[in-house]
Design a protein around this ligand. Structure first.
Ligand SMILES: [Zn+2]
Ligand SMILES: [Zn+2]
Length: 364
């Protein structure tokens, strides 16, 4: 067991509190990671504001990169000193869904999540929860061997952390979820971290038009650098603007906001037979009301994609190569690198909507 510093969420809508915690020794299949960098993600905010339920106290943070510090007795593929990023969805690798490549839908998640003791504890003995079994806003954490992917030395960990959540989610939704074909037309609603990754995925997939939709003009300008060919401010009549620009709806529309309204917009801007893909995480209890005729007369499809649709381990290695070739832009997506103790300010800045990704540096 070691002592380390973590940022704890003890009360909803209050700043994270920096405090000392105890980190358990790795189980046989676990690795202790010295966390280097963590991207601030909207999913963290969902927990911090209560739109997604959590047990408190909890350490949030999940878009993680770091260095392996020690390994459990059964770990064979990682060694101390390895530079790693998180492949976040826990999976067994053995159930039916895992075996066909859908590890985000692992059927044994609750089983493999069980640990004989809490991973994090307060010095007084109280257990501390971890968002997604990670709890990255801690200078040290424990992760399962198969939840980590080694990255080449040339990939800086302050950008490498993006691979673990927003990049795998966004590019995976394009490659694995919707399977965008070359030449297709694409629209992306919401151009934050995940939306920017979807735009890049569409560019890499060979889309012939990529329409970025957002309420923030600075984000729309950035969207062009990631590959958007058209931009539409979401305050306008998005359907009419796309019709005007392309003469039709789009083949694929991605929703990266997480609201019923933008999900309905995604369906409405499709051409007949198009596919809408929901990627944004909507608050608990959100329901959709959609025109049924779009599905039978228009033959539209509505699908979802979660965390890149299940092949993160494989995909993260590919994305690291695309980054090193200059084809996947990561440095441009990092609006700011801040110190660990600045993360509360970072989350405030995120709420303003002007940033793509703020990354915390936990090594200083
Ligand atoms: Zn995330
Ligand atoms: Zn499984």
């Amino acid at each position: 067991m070691i002592t380390t510093e973590a940022a704890l969420l003890t009360t909803l809508n209050e700043p994270l509190e920096f405090t000392e915690i105890l980190v358990d020794d790795p189980e046989p299949n676990e690795v202790r990671v010295a966390v280097s960098n963590v991207g601030l993600c909207h999913s963290d905010l969902h927990y911090m504001t209560g739109t997604v339920g959590a047990v408190l106290p909890v350490v949030v943070g999940h878009e993680v990169a770091g260095v392996v510090e020690s390994v459990g007795s059964a770990v064979t593929s990682l060694r101390p000193g390895d530079r790693v990023v998180g492949a976040l969805t826990p999976s067994c690798g053995l159930c039916r869904n895992c075996q066909v490549g859908h590890s985000t839908q692992c059927q044994r998640v609750s089983q493999i999540r069980q640990r004989p003791r809490p991973a994090f504890k307060l010095p007084g003995g109280q257990a501390v929860e971890r968002l997604g079994d990670i709890g990255a806003f801690s200078r040290h954490t424990l992760m399962r061997e198969n939840s980590l992917v080694r990255v080449p030395d040339e990939v800086g960990l302050h950008v490498g952390c993006l691979l673990s959540c927003c990049i795998v989610t966004g590019v995976g939704a394009v490659f694995r979820g919707a399977q965008v074909r070359a030449g297709a037309t694409v629209a992306v609603i919401g151009c934050g971290g995940v939306g920017s990754a979807i735009i890049q995925g569409a560019r890499l997939a060979g889309a012939s038009a990529i329409v970025a939709v957002d309420l923030d003009d600075a984000r729309l300008a950035a969207a062009r650098t990631y590959g958007a060919t058209h931009v539409v401010n979401g305050a306008a009549d998005v359907q009419a603007e796309i019709q005007k620009a392309l003469g039709d709806g789009v083949d694929y529309a991605f929703e990266a906001v997480g609201s019923a309204r933008t999900a309905a917009t995604a369906l409405s801007i499709l051409r007949a037979t198009g596919t809408a893909c929901l990627v944004g995480i909507a608050p608990d209890g959100t329901n959709l009301t959609l025109p049924a005729s779009d599905f039978f007369f228009g033959e539209k499809r509505l699908i979802g994609s979660y965390m890149g649709s299940g092949q993160a381990h494989e995909d993260i290695s590919q994305f690291a190569r695309l980054y090193l070739q200059g084809r996947l832009l990561l440095d441009e997506m990092v609006s700011d690198v801040i110190g660990f103790h600045e993360i509360n300010k970072g989350f405030e800045a995120m709420k303003s909507g002007e940033v793509t990704r703020i990354v915390a540096d936990l090594t200083e």
